[in-house]
Write a protein that binds this ligand. Sequence first.
Ligand code: G3P
Length: 213
Amino acid sequence: MKLFLDTANLDEITRVAEWGLLDGVTTNPSLISKEGGSFETIIRKICEMVPGAVSAEVLAPDYEGMLNEGRVYAGWAPNVYVKLPMTLEGLRACRTLSDEGISVNITLVFSANQALLAAKAGAAFVSPFIGRLDDCGEDGMKLIEEIMQIYDAYGFDTEVLVASVRHPRHVTDAAKLGADICTMPFSVFEKLAKHPLTDIGLQKFMEDWSKSR
Ligand code: G3P
């Protein structure tokens, strides 16, 4: 499973890239708005730092506007994935941009049928938001299971990008289901490497070693 950071913060991206574990980055308008500087500058910079896919989301709500923005974003770097919302206009733009060879990530997916349509529209990635479903009392991971089952049944190439991840258990469960990608905030990425027994064990090794010197 590929591990992506869900951020537009360059310091966080630098840190995870240094660990050698970063496969890609997802951004959205909320994340971009938290950072200073122009959208284009941020996306270009991230694309230089990360060899993998970098998602940049359109703001236009209509087909023509999405095409215009998507084509511009795709010209910024070869690893830009144009993020389009899960609307009928978005699906239509997905088909057109995908046919032009531009990689598309369909975002704000909350049902298996939406994921089915994204795959049929030629999306490279589909982004189900599991945390926001959990927040509503639904089972976000159940949606991942359903999408994986449907995509396997029909051999769709669209990669399942598990988004709106809240904690490390989401990552484990996504991996168990065979999801292609999991994107997460820096705080969750950092927690993947941590376990209290690792820290306690390491401290004990060091104490025992220093006692014997
Ligand atoms: O990037 C999209 C998604 O991961 C958003 O997550 O935490 O705002 O639900 P969240």
